[in-house]
Design a protein around this ligand. Structure first.
Ligand SMILES: C[S@@+](CC[C@H](N)C(=O)[O-])C[C@H]1O[C@@H](n2cnc3c(N)ncnc32)[C@H](O)[C@@H]1O
Length: 243
């Protein structure tokens, strides 16, 4: 049986998450550039790049960047939207990256592209892969949801129309997971998707990163640069690997 993350990142995803657009991404890419002091020599991996929102924003600013994603549909958007820019977009799984050890100066993992696997060891494996493909003293940025804020702000049901298409979203907490069910209805019929993300707490993230050899140097609570607090929207981890 296919896993939710193999089915939920197709054309309908682009409609449901239309508000997460390229404009947000350019602002975030500028902030990432400052925070990680990116240089034009750095080779940067945008891990789980989707349509390449951040990859392309960085590429436009002449950074050397590679995007990797599992969704061929989203990658095909990335390829067409990056036309003219020298950005390789690679198909792959975040647990088994098709790159040599020590390939990158920087790895980015943006907009909750972590916690997708039921088994902790698979999520842990993603962090191990980030370490493996980073050069010694390579930098990383992982932008993850903050479970405390997700629990407090959870909207159980919402419905809206987007370009004449009806979207219904239902959200709930089940154990350590946040579950979202999405129904998209248009003149072609109704499609159903699921998202299932493990809500790792700050303590768990710190422990998992330590186990993977990822040293956290800073945690922001949002892309405006406010420091993390218990109720922050996000947990944005910045750090280095020392090996
Ligand atoms: C929430 S989206 C974020 C995309 C992008 N970072 C952005 O900000 O627009 C999560 C991405 O992870 C990708 N993904 C899901 N499972 C994956 C896996 N096992 N390996 C690599 N990418 C995966 C999805 O295809 C999707 O593009």
């Amino acid at each position: 049986m296919p896993q939710w993350y193999e089915e939920s990142f197709g054309e309908d995803y682009l409609l449901v998450y239309k508000h997460r657009n390229r404009q947000n991404a350019s602002f975030e890419a500028e902030q990432i550039t400052r925070w990680l002091q990116l240089s034009k020599q750095d080779l940067i991996l945008d891990l789980c790049c989707g349509t390449g929102r951040h990859t392309i924003a960085l590429g436009r600013n002449d950074f050397r960047v590679v995007g990797l994603d599992l969704s061929k549909t989203l990658l095909s958007h990335a390829v067409s939207e990056s036309a003219g820019l020298p950005i390789p977009f690679v198909h792959g799984d975040m647990r088994t990256l098709p790159f040599m050890d020590h390939s990158f100066e920087v790895v980015l993992n943006l907009f909750t592209s972590f916690g997708y696997f039921t088994q902790d060891r698979d999520n842990q494996q993603v962090l191990a892969e980030i370490n493996r493909v980073l050069k010694p003293e390579g930098r990383f940025l992982i932008d993850f949801m903050n479970p405390e804020s997700v629990k407090r702000k959870l909207v159980p049901v919402s419905e809206r129309e987007e370009q004449g298409i009806h979207i219904r979203e239902e959200r709930k907490i089940a154990g350590d997971f946040v579950l979202k069910e999405i129904w998209v209805r248009d003149d072609k019929g109704e499609r159903h998707y699921q998202e299932r993300v493990k809500m790792y707490s700050m303590d768990r993230m710190e422990a998992m990163m330590e186990q993977a050899g990822l040293t956290i140097e800073q945690v922001y609570g949002n892309f405006r640069g406010e420091p993390y607090q218990t109720m922050s929207d996000r947990m944005i981890f910045l750090g280095r690997v020392y090996k």
